[in-house]
Design a protein around this ligand. Structure first.
Ligand SMILES: [Ca+2]
Ligand SMILES: [Ca+2]
Length: 205
């Protein structure tokens, strides 16, 4: 019998060969069985490459709504260390993994401060210009938090512990928002003094 831990290990080995989703730059691991009777499958969408901010910068593939928003502000892609810029990217969703039984929905963001006033940065998960499923501090505790010093370059980034933030999204709220939409997307926006290395959306269904 395959264990959940075994599947996580398999996913790491498999990550380099994930297929590209049609019309997007994100990679989606095919739904794999997991040891959970209620939700026997796990689908993972990825954005960017988990490469410790290595060059070249990973491209974003924003939804139409997020594209409109990013055009109205100073914005940047993955791995870009610029301060005072918004980062945004989108997951293009598959109704097969969002409209049936859902047990958990998680967004994982790998990021690091890059200077400026990074302690007050914010995170939005939802649909740009519309409903938020999460809206709050990117750095838990805000400016009272003991955030690691900002990274100053790609070489420096490889030498520090990079932060991974995991946001648990309420499965029902997620489903109410995106299921049965004609072109469902989930947008992620950070503001404004961090670099984002990569993201994952993990759906248990
Ligand atoms: Ca800031
Ligand atoms: Ca990256």
């Amino acid at each position: 019998m395959v264990t959940f831990k075994g599947l996580v290990f398999t996913a790491v080995l498999f990550a380099v060969s994930l297929p590209l989703a049609a019309g997007t730059g994100q990679r989606i691991r095919p739904a794999l069985p997991v040891a959970d009777g209620a939700c026997p499958f796990e689908t993972i969408h990825t954005g960017g490459v988990a490469d410790a901010f290595a060059a070249p910068n990973d491209a974003i593939h924003p939804s139409p709504a997020l594209t409109t928003f990013l055009a109205s502000v100073s914005s940047k892609s993955y791995d870009d260390l610029a301060i005072n810029h918004y980062f945004g990217d989108s997951f293009k969703l598959d109704e097969c993994s969002i409209c049936g039984q859902l047990c958990s929905v998680k967004v994982e963001i790998v990021f690091q401060g890059t200077g400026g006033l990074d302690c007050n940065d914010t995170l939005f998960i939802g649909q740009a210009g519309g409903t938020a499923l999460f809206s709050g501090d990117l750095v838990s505790g805000g400016c009272n938090a003991n955030e690691p010093p900002p990274i100053t370059g790609r070489t420096h980034a490889a030498a520090v512990d990079i932060t991974t933030k995991v946001i648990d999204i309420d499965p029902k709220a997620f489903q109410d928002l995106v299921c049965f939409q004609k072109y469902p997307w989930l947008d992620v926006i950070t503001q404004d003094d961090h670099a984002v290395d990569s993201m994952r959306l993990v759906i248990r269904h």
